[in-house]
Design a binder for this molecule. Sequence first.
Ligand code: F6P
Length: 541
Amino acid sequence: MLLPTIDPTTTKAWKALHNHFTCIKDAYLKDFFANNSDRASDFSILWKDFYVDYSKNRIDKTTKNLLIDLAKEVKLDQSIQEYFAGSKINNTEKRAVLHTALRTPSDAVIRVNGTNIVPEISVVKEEIKAFSQNIITGKLKGHTGKAFTDVVNIGIGGSDLGPLMITEALAFYKNHLNLHFISNVDGDHLHQKLKELNPETTLFIIVSKTFTTQETLFNATTAREWLVNQSSPQAVIKHFVAVSSSIEKVTDFGISEEYIFPLWDWVGGRFSLWSAVGLSISLAIGYDNFQELLDGAHEMDEHFKNTSFEENIPVILGLLSLWYTNFFKAETEVVIPYAHYLHRLPSYLQQAVMESNGKNVDRNGKPITYQTGGIIWGEPGTNAQHAFFQLIHQGTKLIPAEFIGFKHSLFQDKKHHNALMANFFAQTEALMNGKTATQITKELSCDASHPLVPFKVFKGNNPSTTILIDKLTPKNLGALIAMYEHRIFVQGVVWNIYSYDQWGVELGKQLATTILSEIKTNQIHQHDPSTSALLKRFLER
Ligand code: F6P
């Protein structure tokens, strides 16, 4: 079955939300709390180690009910079934979307084209486990008999951002292996890294689902040349591993078949960290921790699949974000983790969210008349407070904010953690309450005509959601990332778009290939005058 193709704006709920919006748009969060002493518990969800407080959002019970009606009218429940069952919901590529299968228990049955895919997932997991253990313990060695000390993941997009974000986030659980990530085709990125590495003790993992991605092939080729120049062509077989769905292309590159970890077409690049794409994660933190990450994601999958929409974290968060995008016309959303370990989370989410839901054609192939996608950005708190919070507090834009924090720190330095979390709580309070002219005149012991008063007013009423998690463990991180994946799905279903293709990245790639051959041959063909002038200037080097 395919996903339904309902234009959300034609639903009863959308129209009702539209009318409701005009009543609620100027309402104050402070008043919502004043009028409902149970608001904090009415608008929060406690699930395992997660406490999700969405009470500081510009919604009331009617908003929540109407948003849920909307989800029901566009058949979100049926779509969730199709998603988990392996229906080809990535219709433009005729593929199932089954990253959830990668974290399902080994006795589950999930069929693609009639074949249960779970046994083959288990086989690859065993391979990841054995390989990780052999590298970590030093059983597998480099070409001169030395144990590996450094692992370089070469990949881009989903073949980089997920493993990079997770290995940074779980650095506390890391072993002795040094992890490096090379993604950009910018040679300075690669050469700077190679300068620091020892060819005798460096393992390269080439991660590319297609094994056609220009950046990855350039970097892999240069890394191979570097290794061969420093040792011998025979070294490649011991130092290069690949993760790909194209076995033939990888063997053509010179990587031994026993060092290829397969990927399936039902794993989308930006959702692939749970597969062998996560090999660098398993190497960095050990397979058991990697399995914990998968288990946490699976628990979130079960929550998403089996919980009523009213208490369903990805559903509620997805609908809230849609409420701001489509009704308040918010242009961006900020994610602020109060954990420095999560410093790569916003850039990881940028690909997950924006590559998935940045679409302007609906599932009927018709141009869309409403906003889709969401522009995600962010930095860890408290650094963010000293950078862009000014604009969130006193700028002219409405920017819904998501705060992620942990009850316990990993090094258990209470002094620091209390200070960090005091900021975490203070910011959401400040965003909501703001500061009135009366408070300021009191503080300055002046009257309302004091020239500084208007500059010091914080209008407040800025929405935020707070996700408070017990501790940054592999399991909780797995659940958090799965939560975002499902939230993307929820929004894609309601927006009536295909979230799992990415045709929009193709044109630039094609043009770059043409331009590169023009640069190589020093012959500029027909371009617009601006591009021609730029290329001419570049070739004057
Ligand atoms: O260009 C976008 C993209 O296709 C992403 O979706 C993907 O994660 C990335 O490129 C890398 O692709 P591959 O793993 O095939 O090299």
